[in-house]
Design a protein around this ligand. Structure first.
Ligand SMILES: [Mg+2]
Length: 249
């Protein structure tokens, strides 16, 4: 077997099917030990909320942790975000300006302080308001000539981040750093902020069986042979996909 780069979202992708998670964790740890496979978690959570989940679910230590929808990368358990990645995000980013411009929209509720990050400004916005309000926010922010983009996910989370940042671009940064080919890389997700993982290149993709409508709709609009829609839920769907692509025997 060959090493592969395994990149997965956490909530409702890796986590959410306890029995399958135990099995998958065991298989991945062994594969890492035997073949040098690398494990990456790519989550919308901040480091604080990640730690809570890690303890709660007894998650194995990843080789890299991508937090806050791709805006922070922590290598080998470090407490400090990788500066190589921060340097890529910094040009054209101004978090104070983004926050003050966006908070004037009454439809937006700021997320807790722990989720406000150096390269991410986050709000809650209800699904029924999102279609109308997101283009308006985008138009307003464009006036400031910032390099930013909006990511809407799970029918509630609005993240405003640097243009050069999302889970997909963070994944590719790691893939190139560790020299994994796209065909030896697999990405897994369930919701809107995972689209970036699937859309960025030719990496193999696993959409778990419990994926949200926003991701399934995108998958239907942009089908791709490199993407597998699993039947199983969460880690069960991931195991199914890893076998489908031949990463596991
Ligand atoms: Mg998720």
């Amino acid at each position: 077997m060959k090493p592969f780069l395994f990149v997965t979202d956490l909530d409702h992708t890796l986590v959410g099917n306890d029995q399958a998670l135990v099995e998958l964790s065991k298989i991945l740890s062994q594969h890492r030990q035997d073949y040098g496979t690398k494990i990456v978690y790519a989550t919308g959570r901040s480091p604080v909320l990640y730690r809570e989940l890690q303890v709660e679910q007894n998650l194995i230590e990843p080789d890299a942790l991508v937090c806050s929808v791709g805006t922070e990368i922590y290598l080998n358990g470090s407490d400090h975000p990788d500066t190589g990645w921060s340097d890529i995000l910094a040009p054209g980013w101004n978090r104070e300006l983004v926050f003050s411009a966006a908070k004037s929209f009454s439809e937006l509720t700021p997320q807790p302080d722990s989720e406000q990050r150096p390269f991410k400004v986050s709000f809650f916005v209800k699904q029924e308001l999102a279609d109308k309000i997101l283009p308006e926010i985008e138009t307003k922010l464009q006036k400031y000539a910032l390099n930013i983009k909006l990511i809407y996910s799970s029918g509630i989370d609005l993240d405003i981040v640097p243009l050069s940042s999302d889970k997909g671009q963070a994944m590719q940064f790691l893939r190139q750093k560790w020299k994994f080919a796209a065909e030896q890389t697999v990405v897994c997700g369930d919701s809107g902020n995972d689209i970036a993982l699937f859309a960025v290149g030719n990496e193999r993709g696993i959409i778990v069986g419990n994926a949200r409508a926003e991701l399934l709709q995108w998958h239907t609009e942009y089908p791709n042979d490199y993407r597998y829609l699993a039947q199983g839920f969460c880690a069960g769907g991931i195991l199914e996909g890893l076998h489908y692509f031949g990463f596991l025997e």
